[in-house]
Design a protein around this ligand. Sequence first.
Ligand SMILES: *Cc1c(COP(=O)(O)O)cnc(C)c1O
Length: 229
Amino acid sequence: MGSDRRTELADNLAAVRGRIADAARAAGRAPSELTLVAITKGHPASDVALLAELGVSEVGESRDQEAAPKRADVQGELCWHMVGRLQTNKARSVAHWADVVESVDRLALVHALDAEAQRIERRLAVGVQVSLDGDPDRGGVLERDLPALAEAVVAAGALDLLGLMAVAPLGADPAAAFARLRAIREPFLAAHPEATMLSAGMSADLEAAVSAGATHVRIGTALLGTAFH
Ligand SMILES: *Cc1c(COP(=O)(O)O)cnc(C)c1O
C-alpha cells in the first residue's frame, strides 16, 4: 500500500512538473522560475512525508485544525504555507505552524499574526490575497484596499511581505481572471519590488496562471487525487 501510494505520487508529481515546465516554456519563461506548492489538505501526514521524499519542498494547507497536528507529524525541512480563509481567532495558532501565510486579506489578520509571531520570536512570510471577483466575502482584499494592507504588512515587526496570492473565481475564465491579477500586480510591484511572489494557479488552471506571471502554483488534486473530505 505504502509503496503503491509512493509510485502513484511519483507519477503524478512527474506529470505536474511536466505541465509546469511546458507552461513555462510556452510563456517564454524558465521552468526554474516556478515553485510548486503541494496542497495536502484532506490527505494524511504520510502523503506529505512521501512527497518530501520525492523532492517536494513546499506544502500548503487550508485549515488550521488539520494543519497544526499534521505539521507535528512530519519530519524534515518542509516550508509550510497557509492558503485558506483564515479566521482572526485562528491566526495565533497559524503563526506557530505556518512559514508562509498566503491568504492575508485584512488588517485584523496582519495585527493578530504579527502579535503572535513577535511573542514567540518567529518571522512569518506573508502573501496578500487579492480578490479577483470584487466579492470580499469570498476572500481576498479589494484592489482599492491593497496598498494600505501591503503597507501594514511592511510596517509589522515580525512579518515579511512576500507578494500576492489569488484564486480564480469559480466559473470564470481563468485567463481573464489572471490577466486582471497581472494588472493589479503592476503598481503593487512598483511599490514593493522585493515582494515578487505571485501565487496563482491550481490543478485546473495552472497553465493560465503561469502565462500571467505566476511564480508559485498551488496543486492539490492533480498530485494527490481527491481529498478524503
Ligand atoms: C485546495 C486549494 C488548492 C488546490 O486546488 P486543486 O484544484 O486541488 O489543485 C489551491 N489553492 C487553494 C487556496 C486551495 O484551497
